[in-house]
Design a protein around this ligand. Structure first.
Ligand SMILES: O=C(CO)COP(=O)(O)O
Length: 128
C-alpha cells in the first residue's frame, strides 16, 4: 500500500489567526491542491472561511496539537510547516511550540514562522 503524500501543516497563535485566514485566502488555489493538516482552532477557523480546503484537524495546540504535528514530521508526513507565531504573548504550552519548531529543524522541513517567509515558501511550492 502506498504512503499518503505529505501534507502542509498550518498553525497560528491566537493573535495571528486573522493573518492566517487572510494568507490562506490569498493562496487558496495552491492550498486547495494539497492535503492540509492544522491544529484544532486554526483549522476550524480556516474551514469556516475556506470550506473547499481539505484540512485534517489535530487537537488544539495547548492540548497536544503541536505535538501531534511534530509526530507527523518525524514520520516524514509534513512537507511544509507554516506556523504563524506570536512572540509577544505568553503561551502555556511554550515547550510544545519549541519542540515542534525543533523537529522541523531536525528533519529539515521548510518552516515559515511569519507571513513574509510563508509567502516565499508558498510561491516556491506553486512554481514546482
Ligand atoms: O496553540 C497553537 C500553536 O502553538 C495553535 O493551536 P490552535 O490552532 O488550536 O489555537
Amino acid at each position: 500500500m502506498s504512503e499518503p503524500s505529505p501534507s502542509i501543516a498550518l498553525i497560528a497563535h491566537d493573535q495571528k489567526k486573522p493573518d492566517m485566514v487572510v494568507w490562506a485566502t490569498r493562496h487558496r488555489d495552491v492550498l486547495s491542491r494539497h492535503a492540509l493538516v492544522a491544529t484544532g482552532t486554526t483549522g476550524t477557523m480556516l474551514l469556516r472561511e475556506l470550506p473547499e480546503l481539505s484540512i485534517s484537524l489535530m487537537k488544539s495546540g495547548p492540548l497536544g496539537g503541536d505535538q501531534q504535528i511534530g509526530a507527523l514530521i518525524v514520520e516524514g508526513r509534513i512537507s511544509l510547516l507554516v506556523f504563524l507565531v506570536d512572540p509577544l504573548s505568553p503561551h502555556p504550552h511554550d515547550v510544545d511550540v519549541k519542540a515542534l519548531t525543533r523537529l522541523a529543524v531536525v528533519y529539515n522541513v521548510p518552516m515559515a514562522c511569519n507571513l513574509a517567509t510563508a509567502d516565499i515558501l508558498i510561491a516556491d511550492l506553486a512554481r514546482n
